[in-house]
Design a protein around this ligand. Structure first.
Ligand code: KIV
Length: 273
């Protein structure tokens, strides 16, 4: 069995991640959608496997994540779970399966019961506070996804960096505090300027995972196929093709884990200001 930099082989829990944050030790997260990749990621010591609804893009070939269903998420979570050894499994709640608190509770429970999720992730700001409070009170861990929200792509009008002006930055900062207070166990920031990320990381006690959010996050996540350079089209600025400088997928994932933990990734060229 693989181990973290601290030599730990125990299952990763929320307490593990909180303790890593306290020790200023960064943790690594990647998306995983199937058993074989889950096994490779486990071997590399990834702490969090995200069964992301980005599977709608990279597995199913859709333009957005909107068509992804709860059954799709349960199926892929089950596939990942069969090769899970110690990583925490985070599973996305697909579009509108969390629109109403009671409905979100039932659907999140299915992701845990049937999919084997350890934590669910949902997108949205302060409007999600009552849902997060309900899930948290009922013992379901939650990661709150802020910044660029792919499920709101039509409302946002494109995949743009969020929080660039002071008003929208203050709103994201305020939302982060509200959702952490409501019981979110982890925050995930997507495509926000590094300066805003630093303010959020300082303002909340919970671990903050970033994607296109700069180096001050407690952890980084990338879409697996982006960091292997196999997603069709243009690679996002915040991603890096780790396979380019490595001989195998295993080496590329190991290089990613090392680069995240050492703080070498993301660099200034992957960061928005
Ligand atoms: O679905 C996903 O892969 C995600 C990442 C972009 C963080 O939410």
């Amino acid at each position: 069995m693989s181990s973290t930099s601290s030599g730990d082989t125990a299952p990763v829990t929320l307490a593990t991640l909180r303790e890593m944050k306290r020790r200023c030790e960064k943790f690594a997260c990647l998306t995983a959608y199937d058993a074989s990749f889950a096994s490779v990621l486990e071997d590399a010591g990834i702490e969090v496997l995200l069964v992301g609804d980005s599977l709608g893009n990279v597995i199913q070939g859709h333009d957005t994540t909107l068509p992804v269903t709860l059954m799709d998420m349960i199926y892929h979570a089950q596939c990942v779970n069969r090769r899970r050894r110690r990583a925490l499994i985070m599973v996305d709640m697909p579009f509108m399966t969390d629109a109403v608190p009671d409905q979100a509770l039932g659907n999140a429970a299915r992701l845990l019961k049937e999919g084997g999720a350890h934590i669910v992730k949902l997108e949205g700001g302060a409007v999600m506070a009552s849902t997060i409070r309900l899930l948290s009170e009922r013992g379901i861990p939650v990661c709150a996804h802020l910044g660029l929200l792919p499920q709101s792509i039509h409302k946002m009008g494109g995949y743009h960096v969020q929080g660039r002006d002071s008003q929208s930055a203050d709103k994201i900062l305020a939302d982060a505090g509200i959702l952490a207070e409501a019981g979110a166990d982890i925050l995930l920031l997507e495509c926000v300027p590094a300066q805003l990320t630093a303010r959020i990381v300082n303002a909340v006690d919970v671990p903050v995972i970033g994607i296109g959010a700069g180096a001050s996050c407690d952890a980084q996540v990338l879409v697996l196929y982006d960091m292997l350079g196999i997603t069709p089209g243009k690679r996002p600025k915040f991603s890096r093709d780790f396979l380019q400088d490595n001989r195998s997928v295993r080496d590329a994932v190991a290089a990613y884990v090392k680069a995240v933990k050492s703080g070498e990734f993301p660099g200034p060229e992957h960061t928005f200001n």
